[in-house]
Ligand binder design. Structure first.
Ligand code: CTP
Length: 409
């Protein structure tokens, strides 16, 4: 089949190189027409090398072959990916500012358009009107995927994965139309699932100004939340003293002490398909907290009486709904009594969570570090998976393990 691949000026253009490679591997003849702006993201050499053909941009390149008409006429199917808001506007108005604009007017082949942009731009009434006008004309506009966008925000606006774009294109080429236009169906293996994540470290008040705390930054929990969102889940984070921003489209409940965290989790957990207890919850709190600042008494020392906090994870395991996946974390240092994994396995059996994610902390490992290395254990303490690398990579592996344990929707 002869495919015309239009590439416009969005960062997601890099994903389209994989679309091109897949189409060529599948035996199709692909001509690429990048817009001038898109060459800021992926250079012409990439398109030419992968397609084996020139990749002209302007109407006045290759004039003798009347490329602006021929390109469109000789295509069996057209894919524009990524399509920017500006390009959608150009298409909707029928403008032919560059080679791709001309080719789109000249073609009679089915056209598939995959917009990618920030959520606000996608939701803007002007963009909505342009998309509606294109669909009215029979152009197949793919709903953007929901997930991480450029920068810290996430939401609808992401270019679907290359294989999904190729499947959509083949469906249209076979005359089956587009099956991926329903905005209520976000893509990803966690679509339709609710995931609750706790992150950060609790603070247990000693007096009006002091607390008992720990070094947890919330980085790993936030990475899990963002990765889950990216995979289509509806995500809520209970954040204990975390100063980091969270991507858009994720609900956030801020708490400070173990007691507050327990209350928030108690309210939110029943509705969740998976609960990930990544927060470092204090095991002890001062028996009483002074409402005013405690004062030194001469040179005398001081003894703080501590009492145990509720074990939130144990409570979750005991009260979980059938099918709910409960995940605990165990930050271990290892000691004379046992290695990191031995302590982890004993904890897995004690806590009974579906998964216990064990990592070694101390000596620059774990808290606050950008990388992590974990072993996941089942409720019997047996290792089921290992993961290492960035906290986002570890998040992906934890979610893979969760997805395997979720009952079919
Ligand atoms: N946890 C919890 N409530 C607590 C303490 C811990 O829910 N009061 C959860 C943590 O969020 C984590 C898991 O339990 O997912 C393991 O936390 P950790 O502090 O390592 O376990 P402990 O129960 O404190 O075990 P130990 O004292 O033996 O280290």
């Amino acid at each position: 089949m002869r495919v015309l691949l239009g590439v416009t000026g969005g960062i997601a253009a890099y994903k389209v190189a994989l679309v091109l490679r897949r189409l060529v591997e599948d035996g199709h003849s692909v001509r690429v027409a990048p817009t001038a702006a898109s060459l800021n993201f992926v250079g012409r050499a990439t398109w030419e090398a992968l397609s084996g053909h020139p990749a002209p941009t302007e109407t006045f390149e290759d004039v003798p072959s009347v490329a602006h008409v021929r390109l469109g006429q000789s295509a069996d199917v057209v894919l524009v990916a990524p399509a920017t808001a500006d390009f959608l506007s150009q298409m909707a108005s029928g403008a032919a500012r560059d080679l791709l604009g001309n080719a789109l007017l000249a073609t009679e082949a089915p056209v598939v358009v995959a917009p990618a942009m920030h959520t606000e731009m996608w939701n803007d009434p002007a963009t909505r009107a342009n998309v509606a006008a294109l669909r009215e004309r029979g152009i197949h506009v793919i709903e953007p995927a929901v997930g991480r966008l450029t920068g810290p925000d996430s939401g609808p606006g992401r270019l679907p994965e290359p294989d999904d774009l190729v499947s959509a294109l083949y469906g249209v080429a076979r005359g089956e139309g587009l099956s991926l236009t329903d905005a209520s169906l976000p893509w990803g293996d966690l679509a339709g699932r609710r995931v609750l994540v706790t992150a950060g470290g609790t603070r247990e008040p000693i007096d009006a100004v002091r607390y008992l705390g720990n070094h947890s930054t919330g980085l790993q929990g936030f990475a899990i939340a963002e990765a889950a969102r990216e995979r289509g889940a509806e995500v809520t984070v209970v954040a204990a003293n975390v100063t980091l921003p969270l991507g858009e489209g994720i609900s956030r409940v801020d708490v400070s002490s173990a007691e507050e965290l327990e209350r928030a989790v108690g309210e939110l957990a029943p509705a969740a398909d998976a609960v990930v207890m990544a927060a470092a919850v204090a095991d002890f709190r001062p028996a009483s907290a002074s409402a005013s600042k405690l004062k030194k008494d001469g040179s005398a020392g001081m003894t703080l009486e501590l009492v145990q906090t509720p074990d939130v994870l144990a409570g979750l395991v005991a009260s979980r709904a059938p099918g709910q996946v409960v995940v605990g974390f165990a930050a271990e240092t290892g000691d004379d009594a046992g290695s990191v994994l031995e302590h982890g396995a004993a904890k897995a059996r004690r806590k009974g969570a579906d998964l216990l994610v064990v990592n070694q902390v101390g000596d620059g490992l774990g808290f606050g570090a950008s990388d992590n290395s974990v072993t996941m254990l089942d409720a019997a303490g047996a290792p089921v998976a290992e993961a290492g690398g960035s906290k986002l990579a570890v998040a992906g592996a934890v979610l893979d393990a969760i997805v395997k344990r979720l009952p079919a929707p």
